[in-house]
Design a protein around this ligand. Structure first.
Ligand SMILES: Cc1ncc(COP(=O)(O)O)c(C=O)c1O
Length: 365
């Protein structure tokens, strides 16, 4: 058998997703007992207790989930004055992207996006035989003017990840507003706001654009703030007619009942949300001056992670941090050479980060 002849040519060019190093991998590699995992932007306070309590009461998993998820979708839509038909659910927001691209991308379509940005977007574009048009960031931020200039009659979709992964930066609200208004009405605008809850006041609120320009989808997830990364739940908010097309290709039962039950319960966990956001703000307030003291530039973060410059190569720094018990993400793997992407952790974890970066800087000096 020649597997290379069987596979679709688009798939042959792709690489499997490489997740951040797991704690057990790190333990095995370095034989250290304790590691802090700050590589996947998970919630350092854990999982929403209300979500955990809700799943613990479940016992009839032999029954297929009610695939309509009516109450969950109603609750997700409500804060924005939307209805159930504005909401498309998924097995994490990654799955929502796959559903949207399945519904709307045709071979040869161009998809304009930043470079670097969340790796799923270029990859899924190629999967559908469409063409990623990658526009370099400017000073770590989406260059919206250049992205607009990259739009051609072939452009089907434009992706703005706000805050951006891996840089943690956000776009400025007025600039985004001008950009969204100038975008042709038949170009789909995808605003990935996986970290929306962490953003400062005055940031872009993607849902406003669902109202003002119907060809807009906003992506959100329960993986970050609500601490449900492992259960997998994400969703899109968008125009009901377009969401209706996406519903035609969504895999049936793509959100499990435990995920749906936990996602709904988490929405009421105001205490966990408040504590999580407070911990993140405290982490930012601690890390930012510490990086400055060490002479390491970090982009101003609008999310729950930082993109900090390191002495030497990112991969060497990543390894050196691992040896010191801190699992981060090397910017080399994310299109961000010279920087590490580090999740903002608890006070204790953040102190460990600063200590490890400090000894790294001292070793190089
Ligand atoms: C920008 C961005 N979008 C989407 C996701 C994926 O979220 P989910 O776990 O909901 O698939 C991530 C996860 O890191 C992300 O950083």
């Amino acid at each position: 058998m020649d597997a290379g002849k069987l596979v679709r040519p688009q798939v042959a060019t792709l690489k499997a997703y490489t997740p951040g190093t797991t704690v057990s991998q790190a333990k095995k590699k370095y034989g250290l007992e304790r590691f802090v995992k700050l590589s996947s932007n998970e919630n350092p306070l854990g999982t929403s207790p209300l979500a955990l309590a809700a799943i613990r009461t479940m016992d009839d998993l032999q029954i297929y989930v009610d695939d309509d998820h009516h109450e969950l979708r109603r609750r997700l839509a409500e804060p924005y004055g939307f209805g159930v038909d504005h909401v498309l659910v998924g097995h994490g927001s990654n799955d929502v992207v796959r559903t949207l691209f399945t519904a709307f991308l045709t071979a040869g379509d161009e998809v304009v996006m930043a470079d670097p940005t969340f790796s799923l977007f270029p990859k899924d574009t190629v999967l559908f035989d469409a063409v990623p048009v990658r526009v370099p960031l400017r000073d770590g931020v989406h260059d919206l003017a250049a992205m607009l200039a990259a739009v051609t009659p072939k452009t089907k979709l434009v992706v703005v990840v706000d805050p951006n992964n891996p840089t943690s930066t956000r776009v400025e609200r007025d600039a985004f507003d001008r950009f969204a208004r100038a975008l042709p009405e038949n170009v789909i605008l995808v605003i990935d706001q996986a970290y929306r809850e962490y953003m400062p006041d005055g940031s872009v609120e993607g849902t406003e654009y669902v109202r003002s320009r119907p060809a807009t989808f906003v992506l959100r997830t329960h993986s970050k703030l609500y601490g449900l990364a492992s259960l997998r739940f994400g969703y899109a908010l968008g125009d009901p007619e377009l969401i209706g097309y996406a519903q035609r290709v969504r895999l049936p039962f793509n959100v499990s009942r435990p995920a749906a039950v936990a996602a709904l319960a988490a929405l009421d966990d105001h205490d966990f949300v408040r504590r999580s956001l407070a911990a993140n703000e405290a982490g930012k307030a601690y890390l930012s001056p510490a990086f400055e003291r060490l002479g390491l530039h970090a982009y101003p973060t609008a999310a729950n992670f930082v993109a900090v410059q390191v002495p030497g190569s990112a991969t060497e720094a990543y390894e050196a941090m691992l040896q010191r018990g801190v699992v981060t993400r090397s910017g080399d793997a994310l299109g961000m050479p010279g920087r590490l992407r580090i999740t903002i952790g608890t006070a204790e974890q953040n102190a460990l980060v600063v200590e490890a970066l400090g000894s790294l800087a001292a070793a190089v000096a």
